[in-house]
Design a protein around this ligand. Structure first.
Ligand SMILES: [Zn+2]
Length: 283
């Protein structure tokens, strides 16, 4: 019997993103603040559909907007790790990265009573230390890499990429990777942003993006009997009216095609069971 799993994930950056970028003018900050308007709407939409999602919430958001975050948790959603300051691990040294991990994990434990099972790196840019640190801090899964579209895999450690020699792939670890993609992320499709070095045009028609996102699920059902598709949303991006209506239509399409909605933590347990079963069968 085919089983096609969908994870709806939400990176609740709020004010942490403009602060991390150093753009703290009132208007830039208000863009992030809109996420606090949108988050309760998303909780309502998911509740109406009977879906529990996975919210990756920076420690900064947890401690600045505790009541909104408590409501997300109390509605049954998973709270995952997304740094404390929303700084990409690749831009930190090992000690700085570990300090972020510890501080944000404490904030998550304060809210939920336990440490996060899953990690999603700010800006999706892991450092060479991240896999080892996540394992040392007891994480079950990461969701920051793009090495597959539908099948989780064990993250490797120790890859080497000499410029003039074949790459040497390291050993798979026990950290499960729940892969993501920019093509399944609302931010590049919708967010208009002027940077020092260019412009992110965004502002795409929601129906066009809906077609892309629906087709990615439909293709999964055509080629695999089992797989997981993970969508990534940001409340301050997806929370605009035409995008909320599109998200509702997407969920209806996925339901009509038989999607099984799980939190990423639940999906990771299922994926790990399959991978470990296969590993044991091969031994
Ligand atoms: Zn983020």
């Amino acid at each position: 019997m085919p089983r096609h799993i969908v994870c709806l994930s939400f990176d609740f950056d709020a004010l942490s993103l403009p602060i991390a970028r150093g753009t703290v003018t009132p208007t830039a900050m208000s863009r992030g603040e809109f996420g606090t308007v949108a988050a309760p709407r998303l909780v309502d939409l998911l509740g109406a559909h009977g879906i529990r999602g996975s919210w990756f919430v920076p420690g900064h958001t947890l401690e600045t907007f505790p009541e909104i975050c408590r409501a997300i948790h109390q509605a049954g959603h998973e709270i995952g790790h997304h740094g404390w300051r929303h700084i990409a691990p690749a831009s930190l040294d090992r000690a700085g990265e570990e300090a972020e991990l510890t501080r944000a994990n404490e904030a998550i434990r304060k809210l939920t009573g336990r440490f996060a099972r899953g990690y999603r790196s700010p800006a999706w840019d892991l450092s060479p230390h991240t896999v080892e640190l996540l394992l040392a801090h007891g994480f079950d899964y990461d969701s920051s890499m793009m090495g597959h579209d539908y099948l989780p895999y064990f993250a490797r450690e120790g890859d080497q990429y000499p410029a003039d020699q074949p790459a040497v792939l390291g050993r798979p670890t026990n950290l499960l990777e729940m892969p993501i993609s920019w093509s399944l992320d609302d931010y590049p499709h919708f967010e208009f942003q002027i940077f020092k070095r260019g412009v992110l045009p965004g502002l795409q028609t929601a129906d066009g993006v809906l077609r892309n996102w629906s087709d990615d699920f439909d293709y999964l059902t055509e080629i695999l009997d089992w797989g997981i598709l993970t969508y990534t949303f940001h409340p301050f991006v997806i929370g605009r009216g035409h995008r909320m209506k599109m998200l509702d239509r997407l969920i209806r399409h996925l339901k009509a095609r038989g999607a099984v909605f799980l939190t990423m933590e639940e999906a990771a347990v299922e994926a790990r069971g399959r991978l470990e079963g296969r590993r044991a069968a091969a031994e």
